[in-house]
Design a protein around this ligand. Structure first.
Ligand SMILES: Nc1nc2c(ncn2[C@@H]2O[C@H](COP(=O)(O)OP(=O)(O)OP(=O)(O)O)[C@@H](O)[C@H]2O)c(=O)[nH]1
Ligand SMILES: [Mg+2]
Length: 284
């Protein structure tokens, strides 16, 4: 079975008039492959089997169940109540933090906010260039320090400058880090602490690559232990039917998905909308 045909395979199986035991196993496999997780997959399949007995529409039933699984009592809108509001980007290497910060900055500018970028990824010199390029696209100023500088001091300078200039939102990029590297996770805690002393850190966004699979849940757990994560951004959801991991993250950790990345362009970041997400999951 091809992963890229996941949604269409599911729809095909669920449209059959006689679903065999083998078909049910395939349905289960497909849900597992989309990273819905074993607990939800079992529950969903049990429910689907009941629905099948009543000869009701299985595809609608699956959509309804996924919608329930994705419910969150936390707001998906960004909390921008600080003066300034500080938003910190966190996540493992290469998930799309810097790119998404560029996109999100552009979105906030469009909404009439003033934005400042803090390049608290001091690990690579290229990270500053990358965020500067994104800043230029939307006219956003960047506070940075030379490679190897303390990320906490960048956070300090950026937030202080934002306060001085009455900027609405400070966005802090951080270096990608593996969640099992304790010293690096502690460093993240420090960046948040420094910023919190000066202003309100209203959002800590955790970036999860849609293609990462079940490891996304492990990443979320460890990052959420290190810093109070307020939202998840699911990146690289373009061209994959995986991404079901956000269901487990929301259910297990109570962290809402706030945005979804669907490409490399400046407008390829959208507020997370559960019914759209499910549609995509089943269309691919
Ligand atoms: N297709 C696609 N590519 C994306 C998306 N978001 C980011 N990328 C690409 O993923 C790659 C890594 O993105 P970065 O923003 O540099 O990732 P990062 O998390 O900042 O990486 P580090 O700072 O090295 O940890 C780049 O080539 C981006 O263009 C997305 O939603 N879809
Ligand atoms: Mg980066």
């Amino acid at each position: 079975m091809k992963l890229r045909n996941l949604g269409s395979s599911l729809r095909e199986l669920l449209s059959k008039t006689d679903i065999t035991n083998d078909d049910w196993l395939d349905i289960e496999d497909l849900l597992l492959m989309s990273d819905v997780g074993s607990i939800w997959t079992k529950e969903i399949v049990t429910n689907l089997k009941k629905t099948a007995q009543n000869k009701s529409d299985l595809i609608s039933n699956l959509k309804e169940q996924l919608l329930i699984a994705l419910q969150s009592n936390q707001p998906r809108e960004l909390n921008l109540t600080g003066t300034p509001s500080v938003i910190v980007m966190v996540g493992v290497n290469g998930v799309g933090k810097t790119t998404s910060m560029g996109k999100l900055g552009a979105l906030l500018i469009k909404q009439g906010k003033s934005v400042l970028f803090g390049a608290a990824d001091t690990f690579r010199a290229a990270a500053v260039n990358q965020i500067t390029t994104w800043g230029e696209r939307s006219g956003i100023e960047v506070i940075s320090k030379p490679e190897g500088a303390d990320p906490g001091s960048v956070a300090h300078d950026a937030v202080s400058y934002a306060k001085e200039k009455n900027v609405d939102v400070v966005m802090l990029d951080t270096a990608g880090r593996l969640h099992n590297k304790k010293a690096l996770m502690d460093e993240l805690g420090k960046v948040v602490k420094v910023a919190s002393k000066l202003a309100q850190v209203t959002e800590i966004l955790l970036f999860i690559d849609a293609t990462v699979g079940q490891n996304g849940l492990t990443q979320a757990k460890v990052f959420a232990q290190a810093v109070p994560v307020t939202g998840v951004v699911l990146t690289k959801f373009d061209g994959t039917a995986k991404g079901g991991i956000v269901i487990s993250i929301q259910q297990d950790l109570g962290i809402p998905v706030k945005f979804v990345g669907v490409g490399e362009g400046i407008s390829d970041l959208m507020p997370f909308e559960p019914s759209w997400f499910i549609q995509q999951l089943l269309e691919t």
